[in-house]
Design a protein around this ligand. Sequence first.
Ligand SMILES: [Zn+2]
Length: 298
Amino acid sequence: MKGKILGKDRSWKLHYAALNHAAIQGEEIASIFEFVKPPVDPFAIMDAERELICYDGDDFGDCFDGRIRFVGPRFLICFNTRFNAWPHKGQNHTKILFAIAHELGHFFLPKHRDYLVRSRQSHGSFSEFTSDPLVEQQADFFASGLLMPKYLLGPEVNSSNFVTLDRFHRVRNSFEVSLTGLLVRWTQLSDFPCATIAIKNGKIQFGWTSAALRTRGAFRIRRGDSVSCRAAKDFLEADPSLTRYREGSGSGSIRNWIDFDDYRLQTEEHYFAIPHSGTVWILVVADENDFQDSEFED
Ligand SMILES: [Zn+2]
């Protein structure tokens, strides 16, 4: 689709509808392959589809995270094993699992597969929410839906309003996903008022809000603003170099993060310093009962 065919607002909505659709298709694949508990293992999917997929893992330096190519009659998926040199828990680093899930997106999403068969070009990818074009984002959303399907992760996310760091890490380990991948998905699947915010150089870079916030008009992340939350500032200032992984917790107000004047919602927050990307990720959670109280006052 080229050129401007829809108004700005509608083309933005269409873009997000396409991404959400890709995530749902990822969830459907997890369900079709009968994953009834985490983790969803992308190797098991490739093995089950061995008539159509062959795969090869090697240290490809920094050429790509993953790659898929139609070599007729099968598709060849290559993945970069260099991440296994980084500390990790399971057999493979979560970056490798995500990269394979991303390439499976190109395999399972019909338009992506058509393109691969027609062009016979390899499709190289740097995955995990860093790529811009719609196809790459669709494959990322597919991967996120596949590895963290709502039917498996939703009950974990929504078992209580607030999550401790301990429980968050337990969920992460059982799904074998990256911290940032889980943080994004958490907010997508939460029934509670929460947001995932990324901070770079002391400023709010981007973020996502849960449906419970969006439907109340709280969706404009204060992008570009300096961090104003006291607890978050303390966390940042404790080691501004971000050269090692750190985590911490604090409390504050939703208005530090989101343009939202209607309520003074108090928040519980978890901070994660991610050295690889030089960012601090924050999970901000408000109490849904505060919303109800505020509504009664109106
Ligand atoms: Zn790709």
